[in-house]
Design a protein around this ligand. Structure first.
Ligand SMILES: [Zn+2]
Length: 253
């Protein structure tokens, strides 16, 4: 109860996040988040075949680099990883780690379509949805020790002490509907600023929709019942991009 009151008190102070336009109270510092991301990556690399440094990886790494450069969040480095798995999936872990499955990438014919998936995931990172999801999974004991401890190293140790099973279950727990819409809007913003065609986001949804008829458990598609809402939302957002974020950089031409 005390902790809840403290958290509520702090969230009104919080730190302004330009991606969301809100003040947010994040207890996991960026160095702790990066350390947590490395832990998670070790678990992922044990369970999946990570194809980093392949030709396919190189293609999306370059796309991700352009999008990362225009992200609202620049306090860590984004890392793009490719997982060999015949499933249409992509997800993000703490510390700016973005994972794309070959099963999804192979269905996306253009760089703009591939960019739409990565831009959406960078949106989750910038809006700090990912770290908030992990923060919510931390126990009362860890949270209170983060509040009390002044030593960065101790905080990092506590945050990274979460078991691999807990970390993996948080990754696959999905985001709220509101977070998905926010990541969609940030995604088209970053595509606009990084010279990709934001309309490709709608194409990607159409590809996912036609490919996944009847398929279960697709993370990008947790939101299945309201997929049409997301498409409508993105279609509404695209004509506003110039007004909100200025014309596309002249280097796009
Ligand atoms: Zn998402």
């Amino acid at each position: 109860m005390v902790l809840i009151l403290v958290l509520q008190g702090c969230s009104s102070l919080g730190v302004y996040n330009p991606a969301t336009g809100r003040r947010e109270f994040i207890m996991i510092s960026t160095p702790s988040e990066v350390a947590m991301g490395k832990n998670v990556h070790r678990s992922i690399a044990q369970q999946y075949k990570v194809l980093d440094y392949s030709e396919k990886w190189d293609r999306i790494r370059r796309i991700a680099g352009r999008l990362a450069a225009v992200s609202d969040r620049q306090d860590y480095q984004y890392n793009l990883h490719l997982i060999e798995k015949d499933e249409m999936n992509a997800f993000t872990t703490p510390g700016g780690n973005i994972y794309v499955y070959t099963g999804l990438l192979d269905k996306l014919k253009t760089d703009d379509q591939a960019a739409s998936v990565i831009a959406h995931e960078i949106g989750h990172c910038a809006a700090r949805h990912t770290v908030k999801k992990f923060q919510a999974a931390l126990s009362y004991n860890i949270l209170s020790s983060l509040l009390i401890s002044q030593i960065e190293e101790d905080k990092t140790k506590r945050v990274t002490a979460l078991s691999a099973n807990t970390l993996m279950s948080v990754i696959f727990s999905g985001y709220s509907r509101q977070d998905e819409h926010e990541a969609d809007r940030l995604g088209v913003k970053y595509m606009h600023l990084a010279c990709f065609d934001p309309a490709a986001s709608v194409e990607t949804f159409e590809v996912l929709k036609s490919e996944s008829e009847g398929a279960e458990g697709i993370l990008l598609f947790r939101s299945h019942p309201y997929i049409q809402d997301r498409i409508r939302d993105i279609r509404g957002e695209i004509p506003l991009l110039e007004r909100k974020y200025g014309p596309r950089p002249s280097s796009c031409l």
